[in-house]
Design a protein around this ligand. Structure first.
Ligand code: KG4
Ligand code: ZN
Length: 327
């Protein structure tokens, strides 16, 4: 089954062709990072306008690179949320137009569930149940997965998502956007001298709370009255990042103790952080930790078309949905 995937929930316009949920024939990603950089974050109105400009060419290239004719596709899959409503509308409108013109069904896909599927879409012998961990720019959560499409929420972010806290710490240090890769780079040259406290969410052990950690970073910067030095910046990045890693590691350990599951899959942009992957592999040598490939970590339509093969029309027809509860 050939599925054309369309992704436009935030600042990437992406189209992909995937066969049978696994074989990626093309995955074109048109990133808007450069367009938003001067603003220090994604500007929704600008994002949706750029999706309008880019979506036709991105789709055209995805079909061409896949070496197929557009009439060969069996279905169209489009993410309906969570994300920016005006951006998602562009993807959905384009998908609906194609669906009418080609007389093909549309599958409406939950972007977050697709992020989790990205970790396993090109891997063999995946055994359920397992625990899925999403750490992206806008979302952080842990879910128990009994199969490809059965999810039970264990915990999620009650304030800043993990990627968002990386971006905000970077902004406080006047590092370029997106902040995650910059913080990781600086942390490599720093020491954990500030020993920040891990923040606990009252909702439970698997819930993420990073706003307190962010505030600790802010007070470190405020206490330095003269201009902050490069080595102080590096030390802040290292101290912040170590705290995030330890918190995630503690959650993984506790989740495994409670569920007796030792297989974890990871999706979302922060998974690009190779220091984090190393930390987790070193801390849990006997666990099976499965990370999304770099190209599938950040927003892309490959994961949308891939997950659509399993979820098909389970989500039903949806309008752009900025927030989607797990239950
Ligand atoms: O998954 P994604 O594209 O965003 C959402 O769908 O929400 O991920 C983007 C996020 C940004 O917050 C970015 O700073 C973070 O992923 N990120 C990283 C790294 N690379 C990207 N965070 C930490 N370390 C990295 N190397
Ligand atoms: Zn995403």
């Amino acid at each position: 089954m050939l599925i054309l995937g369309i992704e436009s929930t935030c600042d990437e316009t992406s189209c992909a062709v995937v066969k049978d949920g696994k074989y990626i024939l093309s995955n074109i990603i048109s990133s808007q990072i450069e367009d938003h950089r001067d603003y220090g974050g994604v500007v929704p109105e600008l994002a949706s306008r750029l999706h309008v400009e880019n979506i036709f060419d991105t789709c055209y290239r995805a079909i061409k690179d896949a070496g197929i004719d557009i009439k060969d596709i069996d279905a169209i899959a489009v993410s309906y949320g969570p994300g920016l409503t005006s951006s998602i509308s562009v993807g959905i409108s384009f998908a609906e137009g194609l669906s009418l013109a080609l007389n093909k069904p549309i599958f409406f896909i939950n972007h977050i569930k697709a992020h989790l599927y990205a970790a396993i879409m090109n891997k063999e012998n995946i055994k359920f149940p397992l625990i899925g961990v999403i750490i992206s720019g806008a979302h952080s959560c842990m879910v128990l997965m009994r199969d490809h499409t059965t999810f039970e929420l264990m915990g999620e972010a009650i304030d800043d998502a993990v990627g968002e806290s990386f971006d905000k710490v970077a902004a406080m240090l006047h590092l370029p956007y997106p902040g995650g890769p910059e913080v990781e780079k600086r942390a490599k040259n720093g020491e954990n001298v500030y020993s920040y406290t891990k923040c606990k969410a009252p909702q439970g052990k698997f819930y993420f709370s990073n706003s307190g950690l962010k505030t600790q970073v802010l007070y470190t910067i405020k206490k330095i009255k003269r201009g902050i030095t490069e080595s102080e910046k590096n030390n802040i990045c290292r101290s912040f990042q170590d705290t995030i890693f330890e918190d995630l590691g503690d959650k993984i350990k506790e989740a495994s103790n409670v569920t007796k599951i030792k297989t974890f899959i990871f999706g979302g942009g922060v998974i690009c952080n190779t220091s984090m992957q190393k930390y987790l592999k070193d801390r849990f040598p006997s666990y099976s930790l499965i990370f999304s490939d770099k190209i599938l970590c950040t927003d892309n339509a490959g994961m949308i078309a891939g997950f659509a093969y399993y979820s098909q029309d389970k989500e039903g027809v949806k309008r752009p949905t900025p927030r989607i509860p797990w239950h």
